[in-house]
Design a protein. Structure first.
Length: 66
C-alpha cells in the first residue's frame, strides 16, 4: 500500500510539473506562431513569409493538359 501512495504522489508531481510548463509556454507566447515554423524549411528570411505569391505560382503555370 505504501508503494501505491508513492506512485500517486509521483504522478501528481509530474502532472503539476507538466501543467506549470504548459502555463509558462502560454504566458511567454511559445504557441503564438506555430504555423510559421513549417515554412522556415523553405524560406530563410522572415520577410519571404510575408511576400504574397504571384498569380502564376498560386494556380500553376497554365500549361497543364486539360
Amino acid at each position: 500500500m505504501e508503494l501505491t501512495w508513492i506512485a500517486i504522489a509521483a504522478s501528481l508531481l509530474m502532472g503539476a510539473g507538466g501543467l506549470l510548463i504548459f502555463v509558462w509556454a502560454v504566458r511567454s507566447h511559445q504557441f503564438k506562431s506555430f504555423e510559421d515554423v513549417k515554412y522556415q524549411v523553405f524560406w530563410s528570411d522572415p520577410q519571404d513569409l510575408a511576400r504574397p505569391l504571384k498569380k502564376e505560382q498560386q494556380h500553376g503555370s497554365g500549361t497543364e493538359d486539360k
